[in-house]
Design a protein around this ligand. Structure first.
Ligand code: HEM
Length: 134
């Protein structure tokens, strides 16, 4: 096996960049998509006007796909298994967050509770990634 073939730090004849050097691109995409998903979800809470529903659900849908795509990309780069406590918890936070804008349009009277749920999901996801408790 040539040095650097698996991107663990060496420089091979054919490649001067390592796998890990791609990580910050995924991180920026991941965090930016989380910001867009959050901003659009809270816009829906603030103004659940059915006239905006289609556009908001399109943007939150695309942002949610980018969050999960970049998340799996980082798992592959860092060789962290998907079936791991903190990753699975983040996955359920992602599922919940991705669903909230749609619920806000159908049940606008629940917006107060939904926004609290959104904050708890975000706090849980961020705590999981920075502490990785299990
Ligand atoms: C509500 C959903 C989510 C939020 C708010 C969130 C937020 C974050 C934040 C703030 C970071 C730190 C950025 C960094 O230091 O790299 C991060 C990193 C990460 N996220 Fe997420 N994330 C979410 C969902 C997911 C999902 C569903 C996955 C996997 C399928 C995932 C996988 C990862 C991984 C592997 C990292 C660490 C990359 C590294 O080693 O630096 N995230 N996430």
């Amino acid at each position: 096996m040539s040095p650097g073939a698996h991107g663990t730090g060496g420089v091979s004849l054919f490649s001067t960049t390592t796998h890990m050097e791609r990580l910050p691109y995924y991180q920026v995409l991941h965090v930016f998509s989380v910001l867009v998903l959050t901003a659009q979800t809270f816009l829906a809470f603030g103004n659940p006007d059915p006239a905006n529903r289609k556009r908001t659900l399109m943007i939150t849908g695309i942002a949610a796909l980018l969050v999960i795509g970049s998340g799996f990309g980082m798992l592959a780069l860092t060789k962290i298994p998907f079936v791991k406590g903190w990753v699975l918890v983040k996955f359920f936070c992602w599922l919940g967050l991705a669903a909230l804008a749609g619920i806000a349009y159908r049940r606008p009277h629940l917006r107060g509770g939904l926004s609290l749920i959104a904050l708890v999901l975000l706090l849980t996801a961020v705590t999981m990634v920075f502490f990785r408790p299990f």
